[in-house]
Design a protein around this ligand. Structure first.
Ligand code: SF4
Length: 251
């Protein structure tokens, strides 16, 4: 069984498969930006980024920090479904690329392997992960791309968990892994590049992306982050879906 986030939390009369956050949209970030993809958003996360824009996947009590005081009702926000049903709903979207996101999706690696085995063979799988959980050995062979997003100090997470050097080096050794650092201030760039170099991440596989859930914030940060990215020899990533749809679920 897989535990997913929902687009219609707690709405009476809507069956779980229709409430589950499975949708087709434009990938807005990283190397696949602009590509039409299927998305599945899994619930639960082992980190607690203060600026997380999907806190409804993990903030079920007020003991875990966040920038606002919103606490979500686990029962309303989660649906648990058979892997075959999730795979069928994804296949029905007709996309040849699937983005598995969260939350932290690799917490459910064994179930993801069963889901992946039930997908059509032409669907390439991209996994968005915070980089703290190793892929389940049964799931890894199905994955075409890992988009690893190590969380910097401004995320508020414990460094030993969020930025473990050995874990980052293991990802860097996998040619399927690309790296996306969320940046809020110019000072974050130096931290990101130091982490990238220490883990031997090739700069051609590194993206810097502004933190923000409003187009105006992204544009303001783009003005200094894009030149800094070019100077460092890494890629800049926008958040295209925010410009297209705003900060909304299911997009
Ligand atoms: S790792 Fe991702 S899902 Fe988890 S708290 Fe951070 S931003 Fe949110």
């Amino acid at each position: 069984m897989l535990t997913l986030a929902t687009t219609a939390p707690g709405e009476a009369g809507i069956e779980d498969l229709r409430r589950a956050e499975i949708f087709a949209s434009v990938q807005g970030e990283g190397p696949s930006a602009g590509r039409m993809c299927a998305f599945v958003r899994l619930s639960r996360c082992n980190l607690a980024c203060t600026w997380c824009d999907t806190a409804y996947t993990w903030r079920f009590d007020d003991s875990r920090p966040h920038r606002d005081d919103a606490v979500f009702d686990r029962k309303a926000e989660q649906v648990t479904l058979p892997e075959a049903d999730v795979a069928a709903a994804i296949a029905a979207l007709g996309c040849d690329r699937l983005v598995v996101t969260g939350g932290e999706p690799l917490l459910q690696g064994a179930a993801l392997a069963r889901m992946a085995a039930a997908l059509p063979a032409n669907v390439g799988i991209e996994v968005e992960t915070n980089g703290t959980v190793r892929p389940h050995p049964a799931f890894a062979p199905f994955v075409a791309q890992y988009t690893v997003s190590p969380k910097l100090a401004h995320s508020g997470n414990d460094a030993a968990l969020a930025r473990d050097p050995a874990a980052l080096a293991a990802w860097a050794a996998d040619p399927r892994a690309v790296f996306k650092f969320v940046v809020a201030t110019p000072g974050d760039v130096a931290e990101a590049l130091a982490l990238a170099d220490a883990a031997a991440m090739p700069r051609a596989r590194v993206w810097l992306m502004p933190e923000g859930t409003a187009p105006a914030t992204l544009r303001e940060r783009e003005a200094w982050l894009k030149p800094l990215s070019e100077t460092a020899g890494v890629h800049y990533s926008d958040r295209l879906h925010i410009h297209l749809y705003g900060d909304t679920r299911g997009t």
